[in-house]
Write a protein that binds this ligand. Structure first.
Ligand code: ZN
Length: 263
């Protein structure tokens, strides 16, 4: 399996990497920049944990809580298990949502299969429908994790899977748009943002991102139109800092075109 990480860094240079904070998060270790993932871990204090470990390279993502970090750790553990040095399943946390999402869906699958064995087909369908919904969400979340870890190629695959399972999943389109944007595929990014706005037409950030993509495609008229829509929706939800940022972008783009912007 080939991995495409954008932000693999040298662990010995951690002192200069000030964006690695003393907060919850997950991390991956590598022996070389083009080698496979060899370690997956989580910590409540990412900066402290990854310091002085016996691996040459790392990548990381912050999480809001330790439980969220556990969720991602489990999803990543099962994904990269074949190449890991340590194949022991991540230990569970106390309290809260502490089931591994992958093991949980495997259990649901086993229960569904048992129902089929007992010719309990209606209940089996219910069981499998639950798994399908959970797995769209799991692909989406793993896609987010891969995106944050710099694996744009892998994140695009996961978002695509989530969309296949649930074609009305606007956040998966947005996620895939962001991944395409990161890889410089602005055309595809703009398409995904458009699709997401069809499902969720009042999400201001979609118009903002779409405007940025069209700007980079030098399609300034479409970019202007989308910045305007973004500004309206940011204002509507009272997000004044993004509202102002959007107006700044709008003004800059219009002045580059020689048009005066009237507030
Ligand atoms: Zn598991």
């Amino acid at each position: 399996m080939q991995f495409h990480y954008g932000v693999i860094r040298q662990l010995s240079e951690l002192n200069y990497h000030l964006d690695v904070e003393s907060k919850p998060g997950v991390y991956l270790f590598f022996h070389s920049t083009d080698g496979p993932v060899v370690y997956v871990g989580r910590s409540g204090n990412l900066r402290e944990r990854i310091r002085n470990r016996g691996y040459a390279y790392y990548t990381f993502m912050h999480c809001n809580t330790l439980h969220e970090a556990y969720w991602y750790e489990c999803a990543l553990f099962h994904t990269y298990r074949p190449t890991l040095d340590n194949k022991i399943h991540p230990g569970r946390l106390e309290g809260g949502e502490n089931d591994c999402p992958v093991c949980k869906s495997k259990n649901l699958l086993r229960q569904g299969l048992k129902k089929i064995d007992r010719q309990n087909y209606m209940e089996a369908i219910e069981e499998f429908s639950r798994i399908i919904q959970v797995s769209a969400d799991a692909y989406f979340k793993r896609g987010l994790a891969r995106y944050k870890l710099g694996d744009n190629h892998g994140s695009i695959q996961d978002f695509t899977q989530a969309i296949r399972i649930d074609p009305g999943f606007s956040r998966a389109y947005k996620g895939r748009g962001n991944s395409h944007y990161k890889t410089g595929n602005y055309r595809q990014a703009a398409r995904d943002y458009s699709q997401a706005t069809r499902i969720n037409p009042t999400d201001a950030s979609l118009y903002y991102n779409k405007a940025k993509a069209h700007q980079l495609l030098q399609e300034n008229d479409i970019a202007l139109e989308n910045f305007k829509k973004a500004s309206e929706f940011f204002l509507q939800r009272n997000d004044l800092s993004m509202y102002k940022q959007t107006l700044d972008q709008l003004e800059k783009l219009q002045s580059s075109q020689g048009v005066n912007y009237k507030k």
